[in-house]
Every structure is written in C-alpha cells, then in structure tokens.
Design a protein around this ligand. Structure first.
Ligand code: HEM
Ligand SMILES: CC(C)=CCC/C(C)=C/CC/C(C)=C/COP(=O)(O)OP(=O)(O)O
Length: 315
C-alpha cells in the first residue's frame, strides 16, 4: 500500500466513525448527563464515589446514544424530508439502516452490562426503560400521531434523573420523583419554543407538534402553563438544612423569574421567532445552572455555612 492509500483509508475510517457518532445526536447527551450528576450528587449528599459517577455516566451515555440511534433509524423517512435533519447519516446514505440498528442494539447491551455489573440492576433497568419509552412510546406511538407527543414522551428525557438516583441508593425516593418531575415539566417549554421556530418543517412531514396542529398563541399559552408548574416545582426541592439549600434556592428563584419573563414575552407576541429562540436557548442554560446549583449545594459547602449562621443567629 502506498502512503496515499493509507491516508485515504484512514480518512474514510474517520468519516465512518464520525457518521456513527452523529447518529447518537451527541449535542443533547451532555445535558442529560448533567441531570444525572445532579441527581447522584443529591442522593449521595455530596459524598459521591468518583468511580461510581464515571461508570454511571458511561452507562447513561451509551443508553442515550442507543435511544437516539434507534430514533434515527425509525425516523429516517421524515428526517430525509426536513431541511434541518436531511444531512443526518441515514437520510444522506452514509450509514445503512441495518448497520445503525446493530449499532443501537450494541450500545444498549454495553449500557445494560456496565450498569448491571458495576452499578446496580435498578439503574440498568431504568436506563433500558428510558430507551424503550423513547423509541416505543415517543417515537413509534406518539410522535406522528398526537399533539401530546412531547408531553408524554418527555418522560423519557427525565429518566436520567432516576438512573442517577438509583445508581447511588439502589432505590427511588420522593426526591428522585421530584427531580424527574422537574425535567418532565421543563420539556414542553423547551421543545415547543423550538417547535415555534421550525413548525414549517414539522408541518411538511405531518408531525403534529402543537404549533403545527393549533397555532402559535395556543402553543405560547401552553408554554406559559408549563412554566407556571415548572418554576414552583423547582422550589419544592429547597431545604436549607438538607442537601439542597442556599445556592440552589437563589438560582431557582432568579433563573425561574427570567424563565417567567421570557415565557411571558412569548405569550405577548407568539409570532416572534426571536422570542421563541431566546426561550429555547434559555431553557438549556436554565437546566444546566439548576443542576450545577444542586451539585454545589449538595457538596455541603453552603450547607455547613448555613448551619453555622443558624447557630450564630440562635445563639
Ligand atoms: C421528548 C423530549 C424532547 C424533545 C422532543 C426534544 C427535542 C429537541 C430538538 C428537536 C432539538 C434540536 C436538535 C437539533 O438541532 O437537531 C433539541 C435540542 C436540545 N435539546 Fe431537547 N428535546 C427533548 C428533551 C430534552 C432533554 C430531556 C434534554 C436534556 C435534559 C434536552 C437537551 C437539549 C439540548 C442541550 C439541545 C441543544 C442541542 C444543540 O446544541 O443543538 N432535550 N431538543
Ligand atoms: C435514559 C435514557 C436512555 C434516556 C433517553 C432520553 C432521550 C434520548 C431524550 C432525548 C430527547 C430528545 C432530544 C428528543 C429529540 O426529539 P426528536 O427525536 O423527535 O427530534 P428530531 O426532530 O430532531 O428528530
């Protein structure tokens, strides 16, 4: 083989690896992992075993990547029709559907094995149920058939919170379900804000996203309703003397107020794509900072400070 041929083979190999990487919709996975870290951090009250953290995140990454790859296989017909998704590996013909399917199954098997062997069975089963729900319920049953697709399907995106909790404690508690509820209530504003920007694309392929089957004002009203539930739900986690206190409380209030402001602005002018874009981008920052604050508080830096202050105040 000449040097040129070796370089060409190497280049082709990198392109194949990149295509498989793209099948996993990698830009979404970090935020799913951030929610897992937050949940693990609260569950362990800041005393998180770094090895357990790494293995759980690896298992979560493989599970989410598997779910997204299955979704890419199932949706390859509509992905071909939409401008935004046309260049994905399957519609553009860079990966064969049966190869993608094998890849998705392999990722799920790796995830299940990692979590079962090195973490626990509950976390593994939860991750698998996340894949099944996202693929079977959201992608197959709901996405193309009902405007409630995101509302119900959003449960899949909230599963990493449960995986994180189960990884640390081996069970699920009320706090775990509250964390689940926070991501569940966050998903409709997150997604409908985006859908308001790209509703033409979804309309073209007949996917009944809320702004497609109703109108912008109805979608903006629904976003407002979910914001009204989301922000107070985040406050339920505040407990100054326990895992989540001062920093989280401040972030939840301030970031919640900005969420209200942006959702209100959209409600006032639901045709304004700029307002929708602003809310969509903000929703991501919101979830990131909320989770970061959970981690900071559960590391007990501020908890110790609050307890010291309380002692001082109470004499
Ligand atoms: C059923 C629930 C959800 C739906 C339908 C949905 C849909 C979408 C879509 C269509 C995009 C645009 C991606 C693109 O440009 O191709 C997006 C972006 C994004 N989503 Fe969601 N999402 C959901 C839940 C979640 C959850 C639970 C998380 C994490 C906690 C998340 C995190 C993100 C992030 C970080 C981006 C930005 C990615 C980028 O930088 O382009 N999403 N979402
Ligand atoms: C624990 C575990 C396995 C969790 C998996 C949860 C998961 C993969 C959530 C992602 C949600 C998401 C980004 C949907 C994209 O919607 P879409 O596919 O309809 O978007 P599209 O129009 O871009 O294809």
């Amino acid at each position: 083989m000449t040097g040129n041929t070796v370089t060409r083979h190497y280049h082709n190999f990198l392109q194949v690896v990149h295509s498989y990487y793209q099948l996993t919709k990698p830009r979404i996975i970090p935020l799913l992992l951030i929610t897992t870290v937050a949940s693990m951090s609260i569950a362990s009250e800041g005393k998180l075993d770094p090895i357990l953290l790494l293995v759980t995140l690896a298992g979560g990454t493989f599970a989410a990547a598997s779910a997204q790859t299955f979704n890419c296989v199932y949706d390859r017909d509509i992905d071909y029709e939409m401008e935004r998704t046309r260049h994905r590996p399957l519609p553009s013909g860079r990966v064969q559907p049966n190869h993608a399917l094998i890849f998705a199954i392999a990722l799920a098997c790796i995830s299940f094995t990692l979590l079962t062997v090195f973490v626990n069975l509950l976390s593994a089963l939860l991750a698998m149920s996340g894949i099944l729900f996202y693929v079977g319920v959201y992608t197959h049953l709901l996405k193309r058939h009902t405007r409630l697709n995101i509302v119900i399907g959003g449960a899949a995106g909230a599963v990493p919170m449960l995986v994180g909790w189960a990884a640390v404690t081996g069970t699920l508690s009320w706090t775990a379900w509250l964390l689940f509820a926070i991501v569940f209530l966050w998903t409709p504003p997150h997604f409908w804000a985006l859908a308001l920007m790209i509703s033409e694309d979804y309309a073209k392929v007949g996917v009944p996203m809320l702004p497609v089957v109703t109108d912008n004002i109805t979608a903006a009203r629904q976003i407002w309703v979910y914001t009204l539930m989301l922000v107070p739900a985040t406050f339920l986690l505040i407990d100054p003397l326990q895992a989540v206190g001062t920093v989280y409380g401040c972030i939840a209030f301030i970031m919640g107020a900005i969420f209200f402001k942006k959702a209100w602005a959209l409600l006032q002018d639901s045709q304004n794509k700029q307002s929708a874009r602003s809310l969509f981008l903000y929703s991501i920052l919101y979830m990131m900072l909320l989770c970061a604050a959970m981690v900071v508080d559960s590391l007990s830096i501020t908890q110790n400070f609050t307890q010291a202050m309380m002692k001082l105040v109470n004499g």
